[in-house]
Design a protein around this ligand. Structure first.
Ligand code: HEC
Length: 157
């Protein structure tokens, strides 16, 4: 590896380095789709979770799910079930697993895996036209997953 390339890799790794206590996407332990351990070790912030859930470039959960507790969302989607009462149907660990990577719970789900870096169909490298070489970052950070979870846990029947 040339010095320049080594430097570029070091800079990329530093930029992607998460806070110390975070569980990296590839280290998350799924048990029948559920994830018992917090990804951050700190409880999420439900208000920040709402922001993630209603922001297009982030979770945008409302594109597919109705959430009656968020009446300001103009056009909620109905591709997935309404999230009303989700915390009465699922445990915290199950919900964490669904939000991080729903494919472990619902095989072949349309729901995007929000916390993974591997197994995407990679977009090409814009300059060379070749496949991207670095792993893609997850759509959401560990903290954002815990924030969304904190809000979804308030959705009880
Ligand atoms: C592209 C559409 C789509 C998006 C975006 C999406 N989901 Fe889903 N979700 C689904 C579908 C479809 C299901 C039903 C499971 C399946 O695939 O059969 C589902 C299931 C769920 C369930 C289980 C609901 C139940 O009652 O069984 C939860 C909880 C959930 N999603 C949460 C979320 C959260 C939180 C977000 C945002 C971070 C999100 N989803 C984003 C499509 C989506």
């Amino acid at each position: 590896m040339t010095r320049r390339r080594a430097l570029a890799v070091a800079v990329a790794l530093a930029a992607a380095a998460p806070a110390l206590s975070e569980t990296m996407p590839e280290a998350v332990q799924y048990e029948k789709g559920a994830v018992a351990a917090s990804l951050t070790g700190t409880p999420g912030n439900p208000e920040a979770g709402v922001k993630v859930m209603t922001t297009n470039a982030l979770g945008n959960c409302v594109a597919c799910h109705l959430v009656s507790a968020l009446p300001d969302v103009p056009f909620p989607g109905d591709i997935g079930p309404a999230l009303d009462g989700a915390a009465s149907r699922y445990s915290e660990a199950q919900l964490r697993g669904i939000i991080a990577n729903s494919k472990h719970t619902f095989e072949g789900s349309f729901m995007p895996a929000f916390y993974k870096t591997e197994g995407y169909i990679r977009p090409g490298d814009a300059y060379s036209g070749k496949a991207a070489t670095e792993p893609l970052p997850p759509i959401l950070t560990a903290a954002q997953i815990e924030d969304v979870l904190a809000f979804v846990l308030t959705l009880k029947d």
